[in-house]
Design a binder for this molecule. Structure first.
Ligand SMILES: [Zn+2]
Length: 386
């Protein structure tokens, strides 16, 4: 493949930076993990001429495809690739100029924070996100979204972004933490979440810092607005959040805000898959055909490390770490009654993608369909055996 590649994309300012991945010159040391060489000044044959190309990281191919679907700016790049280049090596990606310039994300709470463990500039860290998990509390992501963390761990082109919506100030406390004020608990829980982000090598950990009450207040638009800004900056391919049959009000409220935010995005900017995961009430009750089953057999050490850093919740007597590992083991063993265990850990999720693809679909009716299928399965079994 030689010559011009035509690209279409959009941004608020109309400015883009283009990158292409090229093989390193012979005799030179190999470039680390997808480093990019600058393109020569691009020749433009379209309506808008792109700015000079700068150096940057290769982004995920899916993101590139998504940008292409938007089609509002047109420009051309002369790639001049070598004959030996494979399909991957001629991947071209587009990043918004304003993000490269360190565009600051404005959240509704001025105390919100974006923590980037490897100190990559914030905009770049958010932009490289491929998997995103959004949970109500510090520790929810590590309990429900280990699949996403593991999919990205030590993977060159996949990055996990964690989002915690509440501030942790109302957390239960005991033992060492019994006399901590709400503000001290907030600080401790924030710190614990950052420790998890370091262990799990997240691209970023976003702490939106809302009160639980404001998350549950359905007249409050702030959480949905914050999430829309985040989705625009990250454009994840896969999103994990709470399932809609969870018994914790704040969890369900977060899932509803996530769905609302995703529905308000342009179709092309929505993730490919959205999963509702288990914490307070597992999803073993769903019929097997409805279960999204994630294999969590590997890296038990990492799983335990990620769960174990939340000392302020565990040391008071709630062994979320042991309970979560036990549930993963139980899910794997009880998933199939006749087969030998091929997996030693499993988490289940409810597929929420249809609610994002069809923005008119009633949410409660959708959840009731899962319950109805469970009821039918139990009824049929009893009728068959009675
Ligand atoms: Zn929670």
């Amino acid at each position: 493949m030689t010559g011009f590649v035509s690209l279409r994309a959009e941004s608020q300012s109309g400015n883009f930076v283009l990158f292409t991945k090229r093989p390193p010159p012979p005799q030179s040391p190999p470039l680390a993990g997808g480093k990019l060489a600058p393109l020569s000044p691009p020749a433009c044959r379209g309506e808008a001429c792109p700015p000079p190309v700068e150096r940057g990281e290769l982004s995920h191919f899916v993101k590139f495809a998504k940008v292409l679907q938007r089609k509002s700016v047109f420009f051309c790049v002369n790639l001049r690739p070598r004959k030996s280049m494979s399909g991957n090596e001629i991947t071209v990606t587009i990043a918004k100029q304003e993000q490269e310039n360190g565009m600051s994300l404005k959240f509704t709470k001025h105390t919100a924070e974006v923590f980037v463990p490897d100190q990559t500039p914030m905009a770049e860290a958010l932009e490289r996100t491929t998997h995103m998990a959004i949970g109500a509390h510090q520790d929810d992501l590590e309990i429900m979204a280990f699949d996403g963390i593991m999919q990205c761990f030590e993977h060159e082109e996949r990055w996990f972004c964690g989002v915690v919506v509440t501030d942790g100030s109302g957390s239960p406390r005991n033992g060492l933490y019994a006399n901590y004020s709400d503000e001290a608990m907030r600080t401790v829980r924030r710190q614990e979440q950052k420790k998890a982000a370091v262990i799990g090598e997240y691209t970023a950990q976003v702490l939106l810092d809302h009160s639980s009450a404001s998350v549950k207040d359905k007249t409050n638009p702030a959480i949905t607005e914050d999430l829309i800004r985040l989705f625009q900056a990250t454009q994840p391919d896969v999103v994990y959040t709470h399932n809609l049959a969870d018994k914790h009000d704040t969890h369900v409220a977060v899932a509803l805000r996530v769905i609302e935010a995703l529905r308000r995005l342009p179709t092309a900017a929505r993730p490919r898959r959205v999963y509702g995961c288990e914490i307070w009430r597992n999803l073993d009750w769903m019929v097997d055909d409805d279960k999204i089953a994630f294999d969590c057999s590997t890296h038990e050490n990492l799983q335990m490390a990620l769960l174990g850093v939340f000392d302020s919740q565990i040391s008071g007597g709630k062994r979320y770490d042991l309970a979560t590992m036990g549930r993963r083991r139980a899910n794997a063993t009880y998933y199939a009654s006749h087969d030998m265990d091929t997996s030693t850990g499993m988490t289940f999720a409810m597929d929420l993608t249809p609610l994002i693809n069809d923005t008119d679909r009633a949410i409660s009716a959708y959840v009731l369909e899962f319950i109805e299928r469970f009821a039918q399965e139990v009824t049929k079994q009893l009728e068959r055996l009675q």
